[in-house]
Design a protein around this ligand. Structure first.
Ligand SMILES: Nc1ncnc2c1ncn2[C@@H]1O[C@H](COP(=O)(O)OP(=O)(O)O)[C@@H](O)[C@H]1O
Ligand SMILES: [Mg+2]
Length: 272
């Protein structure tokens, strides 16, 4: 029904998602175990979970790079299994090519899609100011700080103009001050572009600070352990991180995450 907000399908809907990898010799490794959750249009959702639990695998499935063993992936209410054109995906180690300038790196995705070089680079250039990279178009990656390189990698990801942003631990390698600056900056550009964003992070504070909702995954095989709303007002400000409400959500997440991390560690130990 037009005007009926309830009729808008989720931007992303995962339903009973499973993923198993064949290890050879008839052995299988179950990595994703019955994951269901949805992400509303314009929502910012963070996913946390023990290392090795299956987060990146789940992202690869949402991005259409892997197919699930069973279950459904729907984008805007339509089956999207194996479809790569819905999402802008920044993989965990998204490195810039050292022999290409920043604008050449940034335009790469568009060129791969078949856009002519000149137009691709002009399109990328338009985003440089907003990404705090104005004046560095013709610099090489080694000339930029860590934070700037991450923004350049993100620029390369978003320049393709997709509405869904998948970010796999984008700030993992940055020092804590740069990280905070990047989080504030990401919050701004996210709001401006009305992206639907899903962020994998191991930083609980980052997850709470940026998100409308935080999902905690279990030890491998990954299932949803917790799905928590973060009802703090926007824009988020650093002062909120010391509020009782922030601390309460953080505590809840830490408890479950530590429990799952312990399980993952014990399972690892049992393997020798
Ligand atoms: N192609 C593959 N074949 C076999 N096992 C895989 C493959 N891809 C990932 N895995 C396994 O799936 C598990 C989860 O990996 P991943 O999704 O990268 O975890 P996370 O991102 O949560 O750290 C790991 O144990 C990894 O070894
Ligand atoms: Mg990963």
């Amino acid at each position: 029904m037009p005007g009926d907000a309830g009729a808008v399908p989720p931007r992303i809907q995962l339903t009973n998602l499973h993923k198993e990898f064949a290890l050879g010799g008839g052995e299988v490794r179950r990595v994703v175990d019955d994951i269901s959750f949805s992400v509303r249009p314009g929502e910012f959702v963070s996913v946390i979970g023990p290392s090795g639990c299956g987060k990146s695998t789940m992202f690869n499935i949402i991005a259409g790079l892997e197919t699930p063993t069973s279950g459904e992936v729907a984008i805007d209410g339509t089956n999207a299994i194996g479809e790569r054109h819905h999402t802008a995906y920044m993989p965990q180690k998204d490195l810039l090519f050292p022999w290409r300038t920043i604008v050449q790196n940034a335009a790469l995705g568009l060129e791969v899609q078949g856009m002519v070089k000149k137009k691709a680079r002009a399109t990328a250039r338009e985003l440089f100011a907003q990404f705090g990279l104005k004046g560095f178009e013709d610099s090489y990656p080694f000339e930029l700080s860590g934070g700037m390189r991450q923004r350049a990698a993100l620029l390369r990801t978003v320049v393709q103009g997709r509405e869904i942003l998948l970010l796999d631990e984008p700030f993992g390698a940055l020092d804590s001050l740069t990280r905070i600056e990047m989080q504030n900056w990401l919050q701004e550009v996210w709001a401006e572009h009305s992206w639907t964003a899903v962020l994998i992070t191991h930083d609980i504070r980052e997850a709470v600070y940026l998100s409308d909702r935080v999902i905690v995954l279990s030890a491998r095989p990954a299932s949803v352990r917790l799905n928590v709303e973060v009802a703090l007002p926007r824009p988020r400000e650093l002062a909120m991180t010391t509020s009782a409400e922030f601390a309460h959500i953080e505590e809840m997440l830490i408890e479950v995450l530590h429990e799952e991390s312990r399980k993952a560690f014990e399972a690892q130990k049992a393997l020798g």
